[in-house]
Design a protein. Structure first.
Length: 114
């Protein structure tokens, strides 16, 4: 079955960087578009799109407000998609989820705080 396992989250100070990873299995990763979403803490928050990447990695899209600071990439040989996050802000605090089709990982928590 499809499995998506995120890692790399943690506590970081404002202005810091993190690199999230999502290792996939159970489907043809190299031919599948992938995405990262995030959901801020609190009741009633929504899971918002962060970035998408095409199967080859040549095409990417970002939430408008994140394009300057976040970079999505992938390594098809490792069945892994990455999210490089720079210049982190407290409002980036969220659980970050890897996505393929209707499948989700368990999420990795990112907390930006001094």
């Amino acid at each position: 079955q499809v499995q998506l396992v995120e890692s790399g989250g943690g506590l970081v100070q404002p202005g810091g960087s993190l690199r999230l990873s999502c290792t996939a299995s159970g489907f043809s990763f190299a031919t599948s578009p992938m995405a990262w979403y995030r959901q801020p803490p609190g009741l009633g928050t929504e899971r918002d799109l962060v970035a998408t990447i095409s199967p080859t990695g040549r095409a990417t899209n970002y939430a408008r407000s994140l394009k300057e600071r976040f970079t999505i990439s992938r390594d098809n040989a490792k069945n892994t998609v990455y999210l490089e996050m720079n210049g982190l802000k407290p409002e980036d605090t969220a659980t970050y989820y890897c996505n393929f089709d209707w499948h989700w990982g368990q999420g990795t928590q990112v907390t930006v705080s001094s």
